[in-house]
Ligand binder design. Structure first.
Ligand code: AMP
Ligand code: GLY
Length: 413
């Protein structure tokens, strides 16, 4: 198959690696990055350029498009590709509201009987404050639209909640501030589930855990993710399959009942509470950096699964999973997720042995590889158990150097 992968981050590097593993596929990627360029031909089309991307897919006569980021999906890339007769692994615009609108996702969950935090949607700060009352620490405030991970707030005092709500409704939150979802705060441990979906069927990949906070011991601001492990050690063998039955399938059926055919990844961010798993959020794409920790343990051929899903064909009941564990640690630019420098030379990536180096914010310059983003690279190591995969990842990432390199020292611990 000739496959076009859309995007250019660490997730897309892991996807290109997994899609090219069988050796039978010809992979192209747009816009890609220097790491992906070693595995695939790159084309300078931005992920947000729907016409350009559809044109590229047609011109290169691809058999399948696999979309990495959410923004082009929410903007309708999959619909445009399908209208042009090109199979796409990624949901259409309507289905992408599962990520694009927190309230749409909540409504679907309520209708499908999927466990989630109790919540309501508000169009003004006053009624949201009436709902929250005096116990602000019991609630979470979420901007309704896409907010690149910056739309979720956990206030501790009513005054803080009021400030957040006023900020969102005064437009500080941009378009995402027009509606706000307020929900009950859940307590437990977070787990990410990635399900490959083909209409009303799905197959669930092994569960993983993202470390979203910037600092060790889960301190500091939320980020896109500073590292991930697969699988979280405390989960039983059947966790993923059970999540498929109780969370993913009911959602797919509810969507199908509304005429929405979901083909792509449905990512469920779960809080495993004392009363079982509850959904915190859905994403309509692979997680980053979860993908970099999950795909190295996938024994099944990802390209076959994606093609079956894109064509609406039945999926196998289970995927093959390699025994062991994978730890992925993100190397970021000091200052991320706020402001950080760029253009610093990166060395040592070729010295890493027996672990993956996935590129995210790198670019090629005359002098070699340089930093170009907040999350620069990630190093992922597979081993027999979590402890040794953590050790291996940290040993190998120590070989990589760039100015202001920052990483958490406790991923998986
Ligand atoms: P979301 O983008 O909805 O996943 O929210 C980002 C992060 O906020 C999650 O990964 C959780 O750490 C936290 N969060 C979101 N919703 C809740 C909730 N209802 N209770 C507790 N924490 C939450
Ligand atoms: N790692 C969180 C996400 O991909 O949304």
């Amino acid at each position: 198959m000739r496959i076009l992968v859309v995007g250019g981050g660490g997730r897309e590097h892991a996807l290109v690696w997994a899609l090219s593993r069988s050796g039978g596929n010809d992979i192209i990627c747009a816009p890609g990055n220097p790491g992906i360029g070693k595995l695939a031909r790159l084309y300078p089309v931005e992920a947000s350029d729907i016409r350009g991307m559809t044109g590229l897919a047609g011109e290169k006569d691809v058999d399948l498009v696999v979309v990495g980021p959410e923004a082009p999906l929410v903007a309708g890339l999959a619909d445009t590709l399908r209208a042009a007769g090109i199979p796409c692994f990624g949901p259409g615009r309507e289905a992408s509201r599962m990520e694009g609108s927190k309230w749409f996702a909540k409504e679907i969950m309520q209708a499908a009987g999927v466990p989630t935090a109790e919540g309501e949607v508000f169009a003004d700060a006053g009624s949201a404050m009436d709902y929250i009352g005096e116990d602000a620490g019991q609630f979470v405030i979420k901007a309704d639209g896409l907010a690149s991970g910056k739309g979720v707030f956990l206030p501790s005092e009513p005054s803080e909640a009021a400030e957040i709500l006023n900020g969102l409704f005064s437009g500080k939150g941009g378009d995402s501030g027009q509606k706000v979802v307020v929900e009950r705060r859940l307590i437990g441990r977070e787990v990410s589930i990635l399900a490959i979906c083909s209409g009303t069927g799905c197959v669930v990949l092994p569960p993983s855990r993202d470390h979203k906070r910037l600092g060790d011991k889960d301190t500091g601001p939320n980020t896109g993710g500073m590292g991930a492990v697969c699988p979280p050690p405390e989960l039983g063998e059947d966790f993923a399959a059970a999540a498929g039955d109780t969370i993913i399938l009911p959602v797919l059926q509810e969507l199908a009942g509304r005429g929405i055919d979901y083909r792509g990844v449905l990512y469920a961010g779960l809080m495993v509470t004392g009363d079982g798993p509850r959904v915190l959020e859905f994403n309509v794409r692979f997680g980053d950096p979860e993908t970099q920790a999950v795909l190295p343990l996938l024994g099944s051929d990802l390209s076959e699964l994606c093609a079956m899903a894109a064509l609406g064909q039945p999926l196998p009941a289970r995927v093959d999973v390699i025994d062991g564990a994978c730890t992925c640690v993100v190397l970021a630019s000091g200052g991320y997720p706020s402001s950080y420098g760029k253009g610093y030379p990166v060395s040592g990536t070729d010295d890493v042995e027996g672990a993956f180096v996935f590129h995210a914010g790198t670019t090629a310059s005359d002098g070699g590889l340089v930093t170009a983003g907040g999350r620069v690279l990630s190093v992922a190591a597979v081993s027999d158990d979590l402890g040794s995969s953590i050790e291996k990842a940290y040993l190998e990432l120590g070989k990589i150097r760039f100015r202001d390199c920052y990483f958490r020292t406790d991923i998986g611990r």
